[in-house]
Design a protein around this ligand. Structure first.
Ligand code: NAD
Length: 334
């Protein structure tokens, strides 16, 4: 039986990396059918919104989507489509599997970390106001329910993937109530997972530990703001945004996406690295239970990374985006 997935190509380099990803994922022989829909600035003229209701409807129906990056105007214009998607579909967990890949330049080796970020609250709840014209306040919201939910997700992931340790990240020495509640809630959840080691770190100390000895970490679970910052930091440890896959997961389903943005300066040149989106596709295959097909794509990716002529310029190679995808497909079939 085929599984229908929603594909949002995005804008900037989005359509190029999406086309490359679609080809590679199809070549894995996973029985997928694609429903392609548009979101972003181009939709405003047609539908009056960058995130038309029919996009949300197809994701609700198919329960799984993969999207290319979408440009967000800075300081004005429409709200981020990415943030709206997460909120409207209640995708409460942002998950990034970040590990060193062969021949991808990095100062570190042996990094293999899963960053699990709470996606719905904290300072991202968007509750802020001006106090006169000399001050502004943002309210940080942390609830027991959301903290336990993300904690449980992180421990279940650790158990499912055979990982050994979950590190709870917080600043509860200063924000005793809000971060204190996050820490207490996740620690409570940890009691149900005696097979997984649980520890906690203060976020600033964690950042130092990550740049000194990242190989000591396994699964990190963090509130929204620290998760946003630390997940980019860890992406940097393994070679940057061009190779970092991501997923937003909720009870209704999941939206997979590369961590990088729409890179407008290189759009349309066929030089964008498609790997982050292809690896997001690999995560999607695993989520759907297509482990064999996911492995096939990983095999192709690992093989191609050892050949300069098959990789894009950001990785030190000479290949174009679509040519890299074709090389991955050939290596999968070899
Ligand atoms: P960016 O990730 O687009 O670019 C940062 C740098 O990385 C640039 O030098 C770019 O050329 C390079 N880069 C990024 N992806 C690459 C790839 N696949 N291959 C080769 N090089 C790559 O970040 P930005 O410039 O801060 O953001 C551009 C736009 O993307 C903004 O409008 C931002 O809001 C949006 N954005 C969208 C998402 C998303 O849709 N998930 C995520 C982040 C940023």
């Amino acid at each position: 039986m085929t599984v229908k997935v929603t594909l949002i190509p995005g804008d900037g380099i989005g359509p190029e990396v999406s086309a490359a990803t679609q080809k590679v994922i199809m070549a894995s022989q996973a029985p997928l059918e694609w429903e392609v829909v548009e979101a972003g600035e181009a939709c405003i003229a047609k539908y009056g919104t960058p995130l038309p209701e029919q996009v949300l409807e197809t994701i609700r129906r198919n329960k799984v989507a993969i999207k290319g990056p979408i440009t967000t105007p800075v300081g004005k214009g429409f709200r981020s489509v990415n943030v709206s998607l997460r909120q409207q579909l209640q995708l409460f967990a942002n998950v990034r599997h970040l590990r060193n890949l062969p021949n991808v330049p990095s100062k570190y080796q042996d990094v293999d970390i899963v960053v699990v970020r709470e996606n719905t609250e904290d300072l991202y709840a968007g509750i802020e106001h001006n106090v006169g014209n000399q001050a502004a306040e943002s309210i940080k919201v942390i609830t027991r329910e959301a903290s336990e939910r993300i904690g449980r997700y992180a421990f279940e992931l650790a158990r499912r993937e055979g990982r050994k340790r979950v590190t709870i990240v917080h600043k509860a020495n200063i924000m005793k109530l809000s971060d204190g509640l996050f820490l207490e809630s996740v620690r409570n959840v940890a009691r149900d997972f005696s097979d997984i080691e649980c520890e906690d770190r203060i976020v600033d100390a964690l950042c130092m530990n990550l740049v000194q000895t990242p190989e000591q970490f396994d699964v990190l679970v963090l509130p929204n703001l620290y998760g946003d910052i630390v997940s980019d930091l860890v992406a940097g440890l393994v070679g940057g945004l061009g190779v970092a896959p991501g997923a937003n997961i909720g009870e209704m389903g999941a939206v997979f996406e590369a961590v990088h943005g729409s890179a407008p300066q290189i759009a349309g040149q066929n030089i964008a690295n498609p790997l982050a989106m292809i690896l997001s596709g690999v995560e999607m295959l695993k989520y759907l239970g297509f482990a064999k097909e996911a492995q096939r794509v990983e095999k192709g990716v690992y093989h191609v990374l050892t050949h300069r002529e098959y990789i894009t310029p950001d990785l030190g190679g000479t290949s174009g985006t679509q040519e890299m995808a074709l090389a991955i497909i050939e290596s999968m079939e070899a």
